[in-house]
Each structure stands twice: as C-alpha cells, then as structure tokens.
Design a protein around this ligand. Structure first.
Ligand code: SF4
Length: 615
C-alpha cells in the first residue's frame, strides 16, 4: 500500500470516531497547513464522503483528498454557528482551496460621513464601520467620477474636505457658482442640509423616479409661495435628474431592488458575476474570478453570499441565484440576522427573472472567455519575452526604476511593478534620494537599487526581471550594485534607452549584460512595446511624485519671502494651521493669535498670499 493510500485508510478510520452533529472541519497537508475549511450539518457523513468513497466522482475533490494528511473538526451547537465559524476560519487561514473574496479595491464606493454636521461626499475604497453611509460599489473609477460630478453639479452639498471651517473667511467659488450652500461662512440650517443628503441618498440608491416626484412637489410649493427663484432652481434639478433617467436601462417592470448571481466555471478558473438591479434599473455588474477552489457550485455560491454580503453597503430584498445552495434556508436566516432584513434567495424558473438570470449567465460566460484569452495571450507574451531576452525565468514579476530631478534638486526615484504582465500598483515604491547631491543619475540609481535590494527591505519578493531606465551606463550601475550585494545571479537585468533620432534610430533600445548591441526584437515588436509601456508607467509615476514634492516646496517657500516672517514665525504658523492652505484661509485675527505674530505681520502674510483684508 502506498503512502497516500495508507493516509486515506487512517483518515477513514478516524472518520468513524467523528460526531454526527453539525460543525466545521479543517483539512491540513503534511506540513500542517490548513488547505481547506468546510462546514457540515453532519460532520461524520461529510468527512466519509472524502475518505470512505473508493473513487471520487469529482476530479478536483480527488486532487484535494490526495493532499490531506490530517483533519480537525470543531463541533458547533447549530448549523448557523457552523456557518459563522467557517467564515471566520476561512478569513483566518485563507486556505488555498477555499474561495476567498479579496478586498477588491478595483470597485470604488461613494461615502457620506453623516456623523459630521455638514457632510460632503467622497470616494472610498473600503467600507469601514464608522457610521458613514456608503454607496456602490461602482464598476469603475470612471463611473464613480461621473456620478460624483453629477451630484456636485446638481446638489448643493459642500465640496471642500476640510474638517473645520474655523479659518475660512469667505466662501470659495463653489458658492458663487450656486452649487454650495457655504456652511463654512453662513448659517445653514442643518435640517435643510440633511434634506439634501437624503435626496442624494435616494439618487444613489437608484430611486431617481421617487426623487423626481419629491422635487416636483417642492417646485410646486415654491411656485405657490411665489418663491420663483427657488422654483426655477428646482426645475433645473428635475431636468438634470430626468436626463440621467433617459440613459438608464429598465430591466424589470416591478421596479424592485435585486441582485443576480451567476457562475461560469472553466478549466483554469471560475467566475461569479453579480448584476445589481436597483428600482428595476440595471445599475452595475461585477465579476469575481476564483482559482483552484475545491467547492462545488452550491458551496461556492453559499460562501460567496456570506463573504460578499457581510460587508456590502446594501442587501436587496431579492437575490436570484443560478445555483441554489443546499443550505439556502440557513443563508436566508443568516442574512436576516446580519442585515436585519428579509431577503429571498431563489433560482428563477420563468418570466422576466429567468431572462435576467440568462443575461447574468451570458455575461459571466463571455467575461470568463475574454479573461482566458487575455490570460493566455499574456502568458504567451511573457514566454516569448523570456526566449527573446534569454532570461533565467519567465518574467512574471518585473520591477522598473526611473529617476527625476530638476538641476539636481528634489531628486527622487520610483519603482513600478508588473505582475503577470499587468501593473501591480500595491508593489509600487517611491524614494527620495538621500545621499546624492547635485545631478548624477548613475548615483541616484545606485542609491535606490541598494535600498531596494539591500538591507532596507530584505523580506521583499525579488523580481524575475529588473529594468532600469537608461542605456548601458544605467545597466552597468545596476549590475555592479547587484554584484556588490551578491545578487548578480538572482535575477536578470535590462536597460531601456530612448532611440536617438539624430542617428537615424527608429526604435528604443534594450540592453542586456555582456552584450554590446541592443537586443534585436525581429518580428516580436509587441515585446518591445510591452517593455516601453512599463518604462512609460515608471516615468509617469516618478514625474507625478516629483511634481508633488516640487509644488509643496514652492508653496512653502512663499512664506520665506514675506517681510517680517522669519523661520520662527513660519514654523509657528505652519504648526498652528497645519499647512499653507490653512494659513491662506485664516483671518487676520486668527493669524494674530499665533505666538510671535503681530497685526502688521499678519497683514503682511495676508497680502503676500493674495488674501488682503475683507472690506
Ligand atoms: S463654499 Fe465653503 S463649504 Fe462650500 S465648498 Fe467652498 S469652502 Fe466648502
């Protein structure tokens, strides 16, 4: 009997001792690592299905079973408790073969902090339990910006982000443009402001028709009371809202809120697609890919529901599912408990809802196919790049550095990362040059490479390929730094240099170690284009960083040229107002209140900053 058959026999014997009650099981590999967590109404029966069956009907389950060396069980008082414990353990262990919904920052949200007096509306990437209202998630940054722009134009919420109005002497341009009530400077009834927040919330919940009805009523009252200016403004609002409605697609005549969840399974990964319908209008679609999950469709949908709705800002009254989980009653109860609301989970069989499900399934299958094709072409590109450059590894993880400075001042460097052919933004890094004075690109490069691959971040993952912006000079610097660190064999390095049009060159050049001529890409022009894109991204990133630093310095240097403001007063002002913007918004009396300031120095500050004294 081989080792795995022996282990399976031992597991099967252990199953006999397991309770038949509800609970959670943890599968572990031979290193003791938890690779799968599941729940069961009857633990003994569930575990027997893994270890007592002669041949696994499902190939994936067969693969999992072969990796299991031991299991643990935790008995719970109820199935409901098992559901919650399972979710907690998945979160804790992140087992390889469970579906884990990532904290996906691709889908932005809108946030209104109703704990403040006069909340503004901002874009957020994560829902926090902070008492604020969250809306979305939105399908893209573009769609959230479009919505925000519309709200800022149509409703009179404040646009500034300052926490305190203390230092503001007069309203900004938003007030003059008639799109802010200016609570910063005028007494604004918090009740009226709250009504606007409620209107924005209705709009963001997709209840535009209801909102239009309300605004029309307000318009009629305003006209009746002969407040014609107000009535005209409300008319414009109705018009703007009606225009947004024209662009929306009504997919359900009952005008209800519902989510539709469909699964599309493939050989390499599965995809869950979620369509959101709000007040009968299709308001968004999102896709969640999962790799290597051992769960069947029923388990997959169940786990998705728990992980997704646990943190969702809104749970609709109905959730349509392409596969109804075996434990849907349990999930319904759980949703009711967590969200304090009744939710109906079901698989539609006919009519409009079946058509919605067909739409979701179709979208899911198409999206997965596209992802597979894109994935395949990226994999193909990286393999061809390995062959063309002759690198040790397929360059799945590429790091690229670029520097920026103006005449040797404010020198900075930045690193971008491309993972599996796509930008990996959480890997990006910015560096302020610390040890080099003057303009010396080679030394900047040496410093940042030493910091990146030396002691500063020893645990960080190493790339398959390092790219430096520049020709042979920068490449040689990179090679000598890596040699100094004893890492010259750890990964490959290339330099990318701009074409010299004066010499008649028609494309950028890629330089490799031990080779004097640039790499010839022949027919693989797309590989060079790919490397140019990485270099351009590094350039964009470092320039943005450099500009931000330069602008900050320029703004602060304005204070240095004000008569009567020496280093002491400058520091006191910056500390007191938290920065130049605070100082610019301050009144003369506020400036005078700062230690060391006088009326004349306060006036000098206001004049220098173009604020003067109000008449
Ligand atoms: S007018 Fe006042 S409250 Fe409105 S955005 Fe400008 S500074 Fe903020």
């Amino acid at each position: 009997m081989d080792a795995s058959a022996n282990t399976k026999k031992m597991m099967a014997e252990r199953v006999d001792t397991v309770s038949s009650g509800p609970g959670v099981y943890l599968m572990k590999n031979d290193e003791g690592l938890v690779i799968y967590v599941g729940k069961a109404k009857n633990l003994k029966k569930r575990l027997a299905s893994y270890f007592k069956r002669e041949n696994q009907t499902d190939m994936k389950t067969g693969v999992l079973v072969k990796q299991i060396s031991q299991f643990d069980t935790i008995l719970t008082n109820s199935e409901q408790d098992a559901l919650i414990l399972e979710a907690n353990l998945i979160r804790k262990y992140k087992p390889r073969y469970n579906m884990i919904l990532k904290d996906d920052k691709r889908y932005p949200l809108l946030r209104i902090d109703i704990t403040t007096h006069y909340p503004n509306i901002t874009i957020a990437r994560k829902i926090k339990k902070d008492g604020a209202l969250y809306f979305g998630p939105y399908a893209s940054a573009g769609s959230v910006h479009k919505t925000l722009k519309f709200i800022n134009k149509t409703f009179k919420l404040r646009k500034c982000t300052t926490q305190s109005f203390k230092n503001r002497a007069r309203p900004c341009l938003n007030y003059q443009m008639g799109i802010c009530l200016a609570p910063c400077c005028f007494e604004v009834d918090p009740g009226i402001y709250r009504e606007i927040i409620d209107e924005v919330a209705l709009f963001l919940k997709g209840k535009t028709p209801e909102l239009i009805r309300q605004v029309k009523q307000d318009m009629a009252h305003a006209a009746q009371d002969e407040r014609f200016e107000d009535a005209a403004q409300l008319r414009d609002k109705v018009y703007a809202l009606e225009k947004t409605l024209e662009k929306q697609v009504v997919v359900a005549k009952d005008m209800m809120d519902r989510d539709i969840i469909a699964i599309s399974r493939g050989d390499h990964f599965s995809l869950i697609t979620l369509l959101s319908v709000r007040a009968g209008i299709l308001s968004g679609s999102r896709h969640f890919p999962f790799k290597e999950t051992m769960a069947d469709d029923s388990e997959l949908v169940g786990t998705f529901i728990v992980q997704y709705y646990e943190n969702a800002p809104h749970v609709p009254g109905e959730i349509l599912l392409s596969v109804l989980p075996d434990d849907h009653d349990l999930l319904t109860e759980w949703l009711k408990g967590v969200k304090k609301t009744s939710v109906r989970l079901y698989s539609p069989q006919r009519g409009e809802k079946l058509a919605l499900m067909a739409m979701a399934l179709n979208n899911s299958a198409k999206e997965r196919e596209e992802m597979e094709i894109q994935g395949r072409s990226r994999v193909d590109l990286l393999f061809r790049l390995k062959n063309r450059l002759g690198t040790r590894n397929v360059p799945e993880y590429i790091e690229c550095f670029d520097n920026s400075n103006i005449s040797g001042t404010e020198a900075v460097s930045a690193m971008v990362v491309f993972k599996n052919g796509k930008p990996f933004k959480s890997g990006y890094r910015k560096y302020k040059i610390k040890t080099v004075t003057g303009q010396d690109d080679y030394s900047y490069m040496a410093e940042v490479l030493l910091r990146r691959y030396g002691n500063e971040s020893p645990d960080q993952m190493l790339p398959d390929l390092l790219m430096v912006d520049g020709g042979k000079g920068q490449l040689n610097i990179a090679l000598s730094v890596l040699k100094e660190l004893g890492m010259d064999q750890a990964f490959d390095v290339i330099g990318i240099a701009k074409k010299d049009e004066a010499k008649g060159e028609i494309r950028d050049k890629i330089y490799k170690a031990k080779r004097s001529n640039p790499v010839n890409f022949g027919r693989d022009g797309d590989l060079l284009l790919f490397l140019q894109n990485i270099r351009d991204e590094a350039h964009r990133f470092v320039i943005t960083f450099h500009r931000a630093r330069r602008d900050k310095k320029l703004r602060l240097s304005v204070l240095d040229s004000i008569p009567g403001i020496g280093p002491k007063r400058k520091t006191a002002l910056l500390l007191h107002f938290g920065g130049l913007t605070g100082i610019m918004n301050a009144r003369e009396e506020d400036l005078c209140a700062v230690e060391g300031m006088t009326a004349s120095s306060a006036r000098a500050v206001l004049e220098a900053l173009g604020q003067g004294t109000s008449s």
